[in-house]
Every structure is written in C-alpha cells, then in structure tokens.
Design a protein around this ligand. Sequence first.
Ligand code: ADP
Length: 254
Amino acid sequence: MLEDVKRVILVLSGKGGVGKSTVSTQLALTLKEHGFKVGLLDVDLCGPSVPYLLNLENHSVHQGPEGWIPVYLDTEQKLGVMSIGFLLSSRNDAVVWRGPKKTSMIKQFLEDVCWQELDFLVIDTPPGTSDEHITVMENLRQVPQCSAILVTTPQEVAIEDVRKEITFCRKTGIPIMGIIENMSGYECPVCSECTNIFSSGGGKSLAEIAKIPFLGSLPIDPRVGKLAGQGVAAVKEIPNSNTSKVFSELVKHL
Ligand code: ADP
C-alpha cells in the first residue's frame, strides 16, 4: 500500500527504447545494494519488460489476505517487483485494453500491492504522457515525497519528446529530479574509451535550458545489455564502469 512508501521515483521517457526500463531496474538494484528496501512497479502495461530484465519471467504474483504480494528478487525481500507481466500467461501475450481498463489496473497496482515498509518505490512508466501517467499522478498525491527522472537518448528527436515530459511534470506538479542521457556514446569494455556514435550532450544542454539537474550520461555498454535478463546491479558486476558511477552518484544524492 502506498502509505507504507517513504519515497516514490517515477522514471519517464518521451520515446520507447531509450533505456527507461534499464534505468528503472538499475536504479532499483543500486538502491537495494545500498541497503534500502525497494519496490519496483512496472506500469508499462503494453510492454512490460521489468520481469525479463530482472530474470523473474516465470514468476507470478499471489493474492494475500490484504492484497497482491509482490515477487521478490531476493530471499531477504529487499527488492519487491510488481508488473502486469506476472499476470500474463506468456511473454508474447498482448494487452489490448482501452483507457478505462488500463486505468483500473494501474489503480489496483497502486492501491492493492502489499509492499510492506519501503524506502523507495521506483515506477517504470510507458513512454509518453498517456492515461497511465495521469492515473499514476492522480494516485500519488498521498505520497509526500515523489519526484521524476527523465530518460533520453542524445538524438534531437528524443530530446524534443523530453521537453513534453518536462511540461507534463510541471503541469501535474511533480518535481523533476533530473535528466539521464542514455546510450551516450559507446564504452569499449576492454579499454573503457568512449566513442560518440550519435551526437552527444543533448540531454545536458536541455537540462541547462530547462534549469533542471543533469544526472549523468550512460554510455552504450554491451555489458549493461548483458546484465538485462540477469537481475544484477551494474554497481556490483561492473563497478568501475561509467554506468556504475552514474548510479552510485545518483543514489548518494537521494
Ligand atoms: P525502454 O524501457 O525505454 O523501452 P529498455 O530499457 O527496454 O528501453 O532498453 C532497450 C534495449 O536497449 C534493451 O535491450 C536494453 O538492454 C538495451 N540498453 C538500454 N540501455 C543500454 C546501455 N546503456 N547499453 C547497452 N544496452 C542498453
């Protein structure tokens, strides 16, 4: 239940495929590594990738006397996860729902999951600003500490869409923690040299223009791609990588 949650972090992006779920899962895993009790709620109903990214695909949620019991990544129950992916019989099942049905599912996710006491609830949202986002915002009013991280890639098209996310956050009154630029250059796993494949720095300059904090650049790192599907934190597996540094810094300032 949300009253058991101290702090909510929404992860938003203008476009799909920019690494929003990767940021959500790595943030949740990093917080867990730092000893926090964390929940990760995947409200991307049409493209739930959190169960896959955390290697929890064959799990399902159970209904307890007080509500849904999340799926736990670890036996100490430091990281609990809720996703529609756990309610589908196959990863290939499509959720073909109109707005009202999506809205009621998200309300249930926000009201009926027994998280127990959480330091952080990270919410992975669908790309854009849709019904799902409005429902989440409306239901988060009761959480005193709630803020958003915006994820973008360096290309101008992705940056343009982040401007819309900024407007959305400002209109709905949710404080923006900052912008993360993902896939910002390629980091060679052997020599750690970073090559800018696309343009770079777009996220940083947008942050400056919009007067919001820039939280760091995550390079394209094949090791990060490999961590997807393993449920392992970059800070644990590849501690010297730039990815790991960005997440460690981020968590230090929360
Ligand atoms: P979104 O949630 O925005 O749709 P994902 O987090 O699912 O995006 O990422 C899309 C794909 O890109 C996934 O296969 C993921 O493993 C990969 N990916 C994301 N960020 C990185 C990165 N920094 N380095 C390498 N692969 C990445």
